[in-house]
Design a protein around this ligand. Structure first.
Ligand code: SF4
Length: 300
């Protein structure tokens, strides 16, 4: 997938559009040698092994190839907020985040910019002394992920659904679980078992999962299916769901998670012997989401 490819097939949507002229599902319209970013900042809201004490160097990309109806970051995923920058500027942001003390470079929702991210990383990777995190929705092609081999140290896929009817309903994504499982296999092929040194993640895969209202049984099916990777991955179980985006149009998910739902999923995950992270009650607070409306896009 060269940068000059006029038909975008970067992700499983395979829209086949020229994004310099029109928008595909991810809603991005920009030059093939550019990206849209919505925020670059030190971020303290990730897992402790990612945020550490000095923060994760997060770069939030504009647009998204999943478009979940309940998106917690819908202001940027819908393509409304963002700035087009060159790949040279993107590399400079990575280096500035490192200079500011970031424990890692955290590429948030960059699936639709994989070739551009790989290009920028190749230029600056020799000067980066911190790991690079690819923080994504699990809806990636394995061929795209191969472009990141040797450039990304930590994969953070958010595996959202086991039941593909849920994936189609809430994210309009076909074959979601099979696609996410193939992506996870590729991530593990590249990085192997997780490595943590001095309380910070250096390499490997953390699988995130956001439990949805009325869907804890689907969460349980995900953990059952992932059990065969238990020795190699960490699980981050998120309870921060709050109705956002278009969730009001779906009454069954138009509420916060109950403690019963969270405990059912969390206890099952623990019973299977997974290691990883859970979230405390009270994290389902809209104020935990970065403010994309105010301040500079590049806050470093
Ligand atoms: S990256 Fe965007 S335009 Fe390209 S295939 Fe995916 S959704 Fe479509």
């Amino acid at each position: 997938m060269p940068l000059s490819d006029e038909k975008c097939n970067i992700c499983p949507r395979e829209c086949g559009v020229d994004r310099s002229r029109s928008r595909g599902f991810c809603k991005v319209k920009c030059g093939n040698d550019a990206v849209i970013i919505s925020k670059a900042m030190l971020h303290f809201g990730e897992e402790p092994v990612i945020s550490g004490t000095r923060g994760s160097g997060a770069v939030f990309f504009g647009g998204c190839n999943l478009g979940c109806v309940f998106c917690q970051n819908y202001k940027i995923s819908s393509g409304g907020i963002g700035k087009e920058i060159s790949l040279g500027q993107l590399g400079d942001i990575f280096l500035r985040l490192q200079d500011k003390g970031a424990h890692n470079i955290n590429l948030v929702t960059g699936t639709h910019f994989v070739p551009q991210i790989a290009h920028a990383l190749k230029k600056v990777k020799p000067r980066l002394e911190i790991p690079v995190v690819f923080n994504c929705g699990g809806y990636e092609k394995t061929d795209s992920l191969k472009m990141l081999e040797g450039l990304v140290d930590i994969y953070l896929p958010d595996i959202k659904y086991y039941d593909n009817t849920l994936a189609e309903k809430y994210s309009g994504a076909k074959n979601y679980f099979e696609t996410a499982t193939a992506a996870l296999e590729e991530m593990l092929r590249q990085r192997g078992k997780y490595i943590i040194q001095n309380d910070l993640m250096k390499s490997g895969v953390i699988v995130r999962h956001l439990i949805l209202p009325n869907c804890y049984k689907d969460s349980i099916r995900i953990f059952t299916a992932l059990e065969r990777y238990r020795e190699y991955i960490l699980i981050s179980l998120m309870r921060q769901y709050f109705p956002s985006g278009k969730a009001a149009d779906y009454p069954e998910i138009n509420r916060r998670l109950t403690t019963f739902e969270y405990r059912k999923a969390a206890d099952y995950c623990a019973d299977l012997g997974f290691k990883g992270f859970t979230q405390e009650k009270g994290c389902d607070n809209v104020e935990m989401t970065p403010d994309f409306d105010h301040g500079n896009i590049i806050e470093i």
